[in-house]
Structure formats: structure tokens, C-alpha cells
Design a protein around this ligand. Sequence first.
Ligand SMILES: [Zn+2]
Length: 103
Amino acid sequence: MTTRVTSSDTEAQQTHGPAHYRTAGHGHQVLVPTRCPSGLHQLSATGYRIYETDRTLHVTCQSCVTDDRPNHTWTFTTDGRQAESAEFNNTPYAHLLTDTPLA
Ligand SMILES: [Zn+2]
């Protein structure tokens, strides 16, 4: 993987691709992978932060940030869509997850 997020101060120009959504009763729900980009952690177990900037959704692995790993954050393009909530779902991101080894 060559995608790199340099720091939280710098807006990443490269992304992992489009964010995937599903429509829930109360609005859009964004789907996020259960594993972090490094493949080392289960986000729900080790801690994560989800936030949106202009047109990008970021999912940061807190363990990788603590360990100072370069690929600690998923970045997905949102095209301006705003999610009301997030749900872990690997299905739309399977092509990203096969590139990284399971811990
Ligand atoms: Zn991680």
C-alpha cells in the first residue's frame, strides 16, 4: 500500500476510495471496516475515532496512532454526504482488506 497519511495536521489528498453508505430509517449510515489500515487491530476492540472533514471520512486507529505507525487512518471520499451514524461492515471494503495481513 502506498497511501500515506502524514499527520493529522495535513489533509490527505490520497484516499482509500469512496465511503459506502446504507440508508437507515433515520438517515444515512456510513459503513466502515472493522480492521485498521495496517491490519494489526480490530478497531472496535482497540479504539478508533471517526470524523469527517470537507469531503473525506477519516477512521483513525488509536493503537496505530499511539505506536506512531504511518498508516493509521482510513480515508474515504464522501462526496459531501453526511452520515448520522456509523456501522462496522467489511463487505464493501473487502478489496482493501485483502491487501493487508491479518494480525
Ligand atoms: Zn491499528
